[in-house]
Design a protein around this ligand. Structure first.
Ligand code: URA
Length: 438
């Protein structure tokens, strides 16, 4: 492969020209090896941020990042392998009930998930609130569990997409995170390296999402679908609401509780609806359902007859967790103190700002204030009301849980600011905005 001069490549992007495949592969390869210094990669990332990429460049970048480490080979598993990814939000515990529900029909669900980031929660942190549950499995253990029981949810191994790990850390401190090209390549490089045949994407929109405006979320969804197609993967993207938190429980152990409630047919309607829609599509892409309608019915059935719950129990056991959790939620961590948030006036809730509520949960101990913060797995929020609900003055909107009163007070102040009560009902927002298949 030809060698290039980094200075010239930075200049090329700075001036708005299109890179070739070789140029992008060179940059990613040399940066991963440590031959290209952080300052040159930072300059190039900022040039991409302002000048953007063509869809060709974006595809080259994604594949170069995916190939920067191990491409996990799951071809020995003969079933269809279908993954799901959410761009992240508050109260989004969907992967936890969804993966075992889909796997209960014989579709393989190999999932590499993330930790909480800023105001958003992470699937791995939530699962680790189950006593004994391990997410840092080796590649061998991961393959064994996926092939034996059909589902595993683990952290990205060190060897998957190392270029993204380095680049994400750099983007985080150089104000280059919120860029469509770089987000697309970052998310999909990890997903493609994990070896699925098909992917269902849940792209969030609203105050608690990375992309707050619908048009930006749609552009991200289209870019991601385009790359997956280019990489030969079947894909469907949904654009779903993240203007208010999803479900009623926010926080690590609390979201495990709500996930188990979903699997026991006692889940809140918004979480259940997202699980049915994403699950329906996963069964279609996994070639077990002939249509979305049929797929949704199958997921409903797997909830009603507990086959999803049984698969969840097998997954928990296989990953070292205490399977008793499915029968006894009291084994989950609990916070020692709690506080009710009461309505300051009567009316209708017109706004529950997801980002602010996510930060309130973080202040309670459910998220990390610094990279090294230790999580309080029992901390979080239980919402008793959602947008559109009527309430009376002094009625409880939510209960906050934490380790001490000081944290409760700080979080309560933030929570109150997130809530708006008016006399008139709000304009209705859809839960699912659009489905993109292309
Ligand atoms: N999540 C990722 O993994 N990467 C991004 O760039 C943004 C969100």
């Amino acid at each position: 492969m030809p060698d290039f001069i980094p200075y010239e490549l930075i200049m090329k992007k700075r001036d708005g020209a299109e890179h070739t495949k070789d140029e992008i592969e060179y940059l990613i390869r040399e940066y991963t090896k440590g031959n290209l210094p952080d300052y040159q990669m930072s300059a190039w990332l900022m040039a991409v941020y302002f000048r953007k990429m063509t869809s060709k460049e974006r595809a080259y970048l994604t594949m170069a990042m995916a190939k920067s480490g191990d491409m996990i080979d799951l071809s020995f598993i003969k079933k269809k392998k279908v993954d799901k990814h959410s761009t992240g939000g508050v109260g989004d515990k969907v992967s936890i009930p969804l993966a075992p529900l889909v796997a209960s029909y014989g579709v393989s669900v190999p999932m590499m998930s993330g930790r909480g980031l800023g105001h958003t929660g992470g699937t791995l942190d939530k699962l680790e609130s189950i006593p004994g549950f391990r997410t840092n499995l080796s590649e061998t253990e991961y393959k064994e569990i996926v092939s034996r029981i059909g589902v595993a949810i683990i952290s990205q191994t060190e060897r998957v997409a190392p270029a993204d790990k380095k680049m994400y850390a750099l983007r985080d401190v150089t104000a280059t995170v919120d860029n469509l090209d770089l987000i697309t390549a970052s998310i999909l490089s990890k997903k493609l390296a994990a070896g699925p045949d098909a992917i269902v994407l849940d792209v969030k929109t609203g105050s608690g999402a990375f992309m707050q405006r619908f048009e930006d979320s749609k552009a991200l969804a289209i870019a991601m679908v385009d790359i997956c197609k280019n990489a030969g993967k079947d894909v469907v993207a949904l654009i779903t609401d993240m203007d208010q938190p999803l479900g009623e429980k926010i926080g690590n152990a609390l979201e495990i509780e709500e996930s188990i409630e979903v699997l026991k047919d006692q889940g809140p309607p918004d979480v259940v609806e997202i699980v049915l829609e994403l699950g329906g599509w996963m069964l279609v892409l996994g070639e077990k359902a002939g249509s979305l309608k049929e797929g949704r019915e199958m997921i409903k059935k797997a909830i009603a007859n507990s086959q999803g719950l049984k698969k969840f129990e097998s997954m928990v056991k296989a990953q070292g967790g205490d399977p008793l959790v499915v029968r006894d939620l009291s084994i989950l961590p609990k916070s020692s103190v709690s506080k009710e948030v009461l309505a300051s006036k009567s009316g209708i809730i017109v706004k529950m700002d997801a980002r602010e509520i996510g930060i309130s949960a973080l202040l309670l101990g459910a998220g990390r204030e610094t990279k090294d913060s230790k999580l309080d797995l029992g901390a979080g929020i239980v919402l008793h009301k959602k947008v559109g609900d009527r309430l009376k003055k002094e009625e409880s909107i939510a209960t906050l849980y934490s380790a001490n009163n000081e944290k409760l007070e700080k979080a309560k102040e933030r929570f109150i600011k997130a809530i708006e009560i008016r006399d008139k009902p709000p304009q209705k927002r859809p839960l699912i905005f659009e489905t993109i298949k292309m």
